[in-house]
Write a protein that binds this ligand. Sequence first.
Ligand SMILES: *[C@@H]1O[C@H](CO)[C@@H](O)[C@H](O)[C@H]1NC(C)=O
Ligand SMILES: *[C@@H]1O[C@H](CO)[C@@H](O)[C@H](O)[C@H]1NC(C)=O
Length: 205
Amino acid sequence: MKLILPTITLALSALTSAQYDVESKSFRLILSSKDTKVNGQTLSACHTGAAIESLCLSGTPSTSKPDPIAAATFRFNTSSNIETPADGNVPGILTYKLNASPPIPSSLEFFYDPTTNYALPLLFPGQGADTQTLAFDKKNLLNVQGYVNYKTSPPTAGNTTAYYRWYSCSTYFSGYQYVNLVWALGDAKPETPGCAKVDVKRVFI
Ligand SMILES: *[C@@H]1O[C@H](CO)[C@@H](O)[C@H](O)[C@H]1NC(C)=O
Ligand SMILES: *[C@@H]1O[C@H](CO)[C@@H](O)[C@H](O)[C@H]1NC(C)=O
C-alpha cells in the first residue's frame, strides 16, 4: 500500500501544477513490427482537422495520404517538478511543433470512441488535462505507465508497470482515413482487420 500514495500524489501534481516544461532534444519515432510492411516505418504528422494531426505511417498509402511524406520531428517534454523514478521511466508528454508562423506547440492526447477497442492518439495545440502522460524506457521504447492490474478480481493496485499496446491500424477520424499509430484499450488486438502490433522507438536526430 505504501506505493499507492506517492503515485497518486504524483499524478495529481502532474495534473494540477506541473507543467511539462523541459524539452528534450528532437527525435524521430520508428516502428518495429513482425509485419514487414510496417517494420522500419517512421511516424509523420497527418492533418486530421484544424491544427489537429494523427501519427500516420510515413510510407504507407491510404485514402487521405496516397503518397509517402516526411517523418515528423518530435520532442518529449518532462517536468522540472517530477523526480526521475527508479526504473528510469520519466513521465512526460510527446510534443510536436506544427508548422505555422510562429510554430504551434502541440501535444499528444488519446481520442476515445466508446464503440471501439482502441484510442486514436492525436496532436492538439498546447497541453492540458487531457494530454496523455507517456514514458520512454531504457531501450527508448514509448510506453504508458499503469499502476492498476485489471487482470485480477478485484483489480490490484500499487505495482507500476509499463504497457506497450501500440498497433498500426487503418483508421477513420472526422472524414480522414490514414494508417495510424493507435493504442489498444485492454489486452487485445484492435477490432479493425489488418492491424499490426508495433513497438515505437525514439531515435534522436
Ligand atoms: C515544451 O517545452 C518547451 C520548453 O519549455 C515549451 O516551449 C513548449 O511550449 C512545450 N510544449 C508544449 C506542447 O507545451
Ligand atoms: C509487478 O508487475 C510485474 C510485471 O507485470 C510482475 O512481474 C511482478 O511480479 C509484479 N510484482 C508484484 C509485487 O505484484
